[in-house]
Design a protein around this ligand. Structure first.
Ligand code: URA
Length: 483
């Protein structure tokens, strides 16, 4: 009997190398005892040396590509029997190349179920990982830092980590699990198989999740079984909104009846929302007047225009109160609306990159928008950006002017036509004033450039590169004006 001891942490190459060696030596499945290193009794055992690959000239085993895809998923399963089942299938495939198509075959069907379980676990990980910001400072590379805790059933972390790297590329994060951790710092994705302890992760964003969940919960569409299948109870303990679910389910029937009863006589939801928002306006500001924090709090319940009804939240400007330079964009986009911070989505990435290259430190500038709520048109599950109209810009100028009065920047950079219209109230064409330093009252200067999202929308790569260089030049000019 050949004993093979593997780490068994979802590492396909580890199993493949062992299987290749055993197969090349002609060792049949029933003569191999596959063990996993963390299986308790084998903790200190040494693996029996794998037989060397024979120089017999025997043709190496080959497999159909579908086997590789299956094996890469199954190897992440937590059941130690996976090594044996995969090897047995590998062995049998040499006799019958079509075996994978035989769904009723016992090995195939067991492996397919394991594959499904791994894929489901990975899917749940993308849905239920909740990053929490840790500390208030930025990391050494100027990025915000986040931590998440997740309890996977299988060894899926290495398989799933590239998804999070792509999706949350612009922040530093660690995902800790009882089966190891993954960390991203903008350059390197580091994986560790050392088990982690559950950290204490309550933070103020939990309340946002709860508000969001309570708002998207539609009692008229409640299907308890489907809901429990989509969000199984075992994940609840790590989801801030989960404890709302029993109450929402219990109240659903009553709410549906009430909705039906008031259909003809109740005012439109629009009116209800306005009244609700008006009730939420703090009677007296809780924070010291004349501070950015107080202004932000006031703006958080703004109902000056109808955009607040469909946006998730007010996205107010950010930066130090004594910033010398203020950058003004158009309005928050989809990602900014969800995150509550300006310029954190795709346009924000371009912005960060170009100002960084020009030597402008984002932490030293104030970044805001002409309009503080996301305007969009729902299309299926997507929210398509809509340009704010002049009325919306005029309503929101209230906040922009208060930001300017408070921060007193020496230089204001208008990015795009909406910012220009808001800041000058004159019908100037952006292309006529782009790259110019225009004096404003109070010894203040306005510099005009394009909006970074304009660069993202240019389809022709050559034109895009040219426009990027122009934007970079503009930012170098801004750097010069900053002194
Ligand atoms: N575009 C903007 O104008 N502002 C943002 O915050 C994001 C995208």
């Amino acid at each position: 009997m050949s004993r093979v001891l593997l780490e068994g942490r979802g590492d396909f190459a580890e199993w493949r190398n062992a299987a290749r060696s055993l197969a090349a030596t002609g060792i049949p499945p029933e003569e191999i005892d596959w063990r996993e290193r963390d299986g308790g009794t084998d903790l200190f055992a040494e693996p029996e040396a794998l037989p060397p690959s024979p120089a017999s000239g025997k043709a190496p085993m080959t497999v159909p590509p579908a086997f590789i895809a299956l094996a890469e998923a199954v190897i992440c399963h937590s059941d130690p029997i996976r090594f044996m089942l995969l090897y047995r299938l590998l062995w049998r495939l040499q006799e019958d190349r079509t075996l994978l198509d035989v769904a009723s075959d016992e090995d195939v069907s067991r492996l397919r179920m394991m594959e499904k379980s791994v894929r489901r676990d990975a899917h749940k990980m993308s849905a239920f990982v909740r990053f929490k910001e840790v500390g208030t400072g930025l990391s050494v590379n100027g990025r915000r830092k986040f931590l998440a805790w997740f309890e996977p059933d299988h060894h899926i972390l290495a398989r799933k980590a590239p998804f999070f790297q792509k999706r949350f590329n612009d922040m530093d994060w660690i995902i800790a699990t009882p089966r190891g951790s993954a960390a991203w710092d903008g350059v390197t994705l580091t994986l560790s198989s050392d088990p982690c302890e559950k950290p204490d992760l309550t933070d103020p964003a939990d309340q946002l999740w709860r508000t969001y969940y309570a708002n998207i919960f539609n009692p008229a569409r409640l299907k308890v079984k489907a809901m429990q299948a989509e969000m199984p109870k075992k994940y609840w303990k790590n989801l801030p909104e989960a404890d709302l679910i029993p109450g929402l389910i219990a109240a659903a029937e009553g709410k549906v009846l009430a909705m039906a009863a008031r259909q003809a006589s109740e005012p439109l939801p629009f009116h209800g929302r306005l009244q609700q928002a008006a009730r939420n306006v703090p009677a007296a500001p809780k924070l010291p007047a004349g501070t950015l924090a107080a202004l932000r709090e006031e703006a958080s319940v703004c109902t000056r225009c109808p955009l607040h009804q469909t946006a998730t939240q007010t996205v107010f400007g950010e930066g130090p109160q004594d910033a010398q330079v203020m950058f003004v964009g158009e309005q928050p986009g989809d990602q900014e609306d969800l995150a509550g911070h300006p310029f954190v989505g795709p346009a924000g990435k371009v912005f960060d990159q170009v100002i960084g290259d020009a030597g402008i430190d984002r932490r030293a500038i104030y970044v805001t928008n002409a309009v503080k709520h996301f305007k969009y048109e729902p299309r299926g599950r997507r929210r398509i950006h809509q340009r704010p109209n002049l009325g919306e810009v005029a309503h929101c100028r209230w906040w922009l002017n208060l930001e300017i009065d408070l921060i007193k920047p020496k230089l204001i950079v208008a990015m795009g036509a909406t910012a220009l219209a808001s800041l000058t109230d004159a019908k100037r064409k952006l292309s006529d004033v782009r790259g110019q330093a225009i004096p404003l009252s109070g010894a203040r200067t306005l510099f005009v450039t394009v909006h970074p999202s304009y660069l993202l929308r240019i389809p022709d790569p050559r034109l895009k590169a040219e426009e990027m260089v122009r934007f970079q030049d503009d930012m170098l000019q801004v750097r010069g004006l900053m002194g």
